[in-house]
Ligand binder design. Structure first.
Ligand SMILES: C[S@@+](CC[C@H](N)C(=O)[O-])C[C@H]1O[C@@H](n2cnc3c(N)ncnc32)[C@H](O)[C@@H]1O
Length: 210
């Protein structure tokens, strides 16, 4: 467990999702680095760096409906969302086969019945299905990410993504594609979880016409 975070604070924050997420953290600690899912020396920091960072998105998401997480990698934020919001249907889109194998293994191990893993690049699924919300973390600069993400949204659909503070500088180059998909002006929100964890930045935009 991360040094600065107490078991009690994490257990209280994650409530019903805590057992599944503890199992997930244990698997990331034991296998994450060797399977190329997390960086070296991250094993002791998974709760703060990855799980709480992903969880920061959850207060901005609906508790029902469909969510597609683009470029899920190790399952961040997609598996964290699925564990915390069991009333949603979460699709994880990831092109790398070995990461999809991991995602499927974790979905089974954590007994998440609301997860579907789709192997491929986001662009390959345009037109194949729609989603109420698209999420992502650390996948691409905003203009590229918007081209990959926005075709999944119908009217009223939302883009809700984790980004670094520098996201404000990415909005200009992405404006054209936001306009093309009739998206609202992106909001930049500060997202907090528990005391002692770093706040993070969330970008949210809604497709007009819902
Ligand atoms: C830096 S990793 C981030 C993984 C995870 N979201 C996280 O925060 O740890 C970027 C991920 O995006 C995936 N990716 C790259 N291009 C993609 C595309 N066109 N569509 C979907 N996923 C993509 C990569 O395979 C990789 O797993």
């Amino acid at each position: 467990m991360d040094e600065q975070l107490s078991h009690d604070a994490l257990s209280e924050y994650f409530a019903d999702a805590f057992p599944a997420l503890s199992t997930f953290v244990g698997e990331l600690e034991s296998q994450g680095e060797t399977r190329g899912l997390i960086g070296p020396r991250e094993a002791g920091k998974i709760w703060s760096r990855h799980i709480l960072n992903s969880a920061a998105l959850v207060p901005f998401l609906p508790s029902t409906g469909s969510i597609v997480d683009i470029g899920s990698g190790a399952g961040l934020p997609g598996l964290v969302i699925a564990a915390m919001l069991p009333g949603t249907a979460v699709t994880l889109v990831e092109p790398m086969e070995r990461r999809c194998t991991w995602l499927t293994e974790m979905t089974d191990l954590l007994k998440l019945e609301n997860v579907e893993v789709k192997r491929g690049r986001a662009e390959e699924f345009h037109g194949a299905f729609e989603s109420d919300v698209v999420t992502s973390r650390a996948v691409a600069p905003l203009d590229k990410l918007a081209r990959w993400s926005l075709p999944f949204l119908g009217p009223g659909g939302q883009l809700v993504i984790l980004k670094g503070r520098g996201v404000v500088d990415e909005i200009g180059p992405a404006r054209k594609v936001f306009k093309k998909f009739k998206m609202s002006e992106p909001e930049i929100l500060e997202a907090r979880t528990i005391e002692g964890a770093e706040p993070t930045t969330v970008l949210r935009s809604v497709r007009h016409g819902g």
